[in-house]
Design a protein around this ligand. Structure first.
Ligand code: DC
Length: 237
């Protein structure tokens, strides 16, 4: 633990490893805040697109970033809404063009550096007893001194199966083979990119979720975190 700030849990890993579900449930069980950092990159892509800024225009992105007010607020139906100013952008940031845009802006060093402070502030808000941050580089870059670090993985086939089912439920006609090929390409891009490549922190606990019900993963993480919190004297905080 680090004195003077909430208990920080980093959950990193590739798309489709179950990070979102696991992070949300772990945060809710522990009464911790949840910071979905992918949603932040997505909101930057949306804001840039709305203003007609090219997603590789570093100078314009650098001007845009400090102007953005990105917040999370509890959703009446459970979960979180993502707000850009007063505008609820929760649905719009999940569309395919914005997913692509998020991937582009997240490769710009100016954007990654510009979002560090926001991610840390959201996690360390004074009302937070703890925070779960979900992302790609939380344990390596955003909070290298996090109190607990997990790196969730699953085989490319399992992740493609989950993604294929998710897309099918939304009416997308992509085949499993197409989804798998796309998955393998993205894994390669993510792990080989020069800035903040996707890799586990040296002190992260690797959790392979292939073939595991996500509830079992949540239970295991909560058990471990509760043990650490009581060891920290923070269980009653
Ligand atoms: O987790 P997600 O699909 O919502 O993330 C959206 C994009 O942002 C994705 O291309 C990965 C990127 N991202 C990142 O580079 N670093 C993070 N900490 C979180 C997301």
């Amino acid at each position: 633990m680090t004195a003077g700030r909430p208990f920080i849990v980093a959950i990193d890993g590739p798309a489709g490893a179950g990070k979102s579900t696991v992070s949300r449930r772990v945060a809710s069980r522990l009464g911790f805040a949840m910071v979905d950092t992918g949603a932040i990159y997505r909101t930057v892509a949306l804001a840039a697109t709305r203003r007609g800024i090219a997603l590789d225009d570093d100078a314009a992105l650098a001007v845009l970033l400090p102007e953005l007010e990105i917040r999370f607020s509890p959703s009446p139906g459970g979960g979180q809404r993502v707000l850009l100013g007063e505008d609820d952008v929760s649905v719009e940031i999940r569309t395919p063009p914005i997913s692509l845009g998020a991937s582009k802006v997240s490769a710009r060093p100016v954007v990654r550096a510009g979002l560090l402070d926001l991610q840390r502030r959201l996690a360390c808000a004074p009302e937070n007893r703890g925070a779960v941050l979900e992302g790609r580089d939380i344990g390596t870059v955003v909070f290298p001194d996090a109190d607990a670090k997990f790196f969730l993985t699953a085989s490319a086939e399992e992740r493609a199966r989950r993604r294929h089912a998710e897309l099918g439920a939304r009416g997308d006609a992509s085949t499993y083979d197409e989804v798998l090929a796309d998955q393998l390409r993205r894994d390669k891009d993510d792990s080989e990119r020069a800035i903040a490549p996707l890799r586990p922190a040296a002190d992260a606990q690797l959790v392979d979720t292939s073939g595991l019900p996500l509830d079992a993963v949540v239970d295991a993480l909560v058990r471990e975190l509760e043990a650490r919190l009581s060891g920290d004297g923070r269980s009653e905080a």
